[in-house]
Design a protein around this ligand. Sequence first.
Ligand SMILES: [Zn+2]
Length: 145
Amino acid sequence: MAQMDHNQALQLQAAVKYVLGELSQVQRDEYEEHYFDCAECAVDIKALATFADTTREVLRRERESQLAKELVPARGGWLRWLQPVVAVPVFAALLLIIAYQNTVTIPQARGRGDQWRGADSVQFACATRRQHSGRRGKDSRDSPG
Ligand SMILES: [Zn+2]
């Protein structure tokens, strides 16, 4: 195996490609043989490896913080979207139900109550009055009824 000389290594940008894993197996072996004997290439490899590790670490941290940032506003954004779009129709529906009860259901029920005034409702009223006086106990005995 022919050893790579320093000029060949520079021309090939062997240090960068070695760190990035872009050298062929043969080039890799040749360059490794060279940089063990070449202080300049050894320093290049070390610096580039450190740079690559640092870059990878920085990118990883940036990605993590970006993910964290994306997650937190996403939740707030979801709530911001949820409040006006869903809450307003829900409140509108509730208002409609209340308005319907006040204008249609309750007057109808009152009308029915008027129709039902008769023997049954009087008995019902007496029954409830008895229950109330029974619950009151002593006080109801004082007043004649
Ligand atoms: Zn060299």
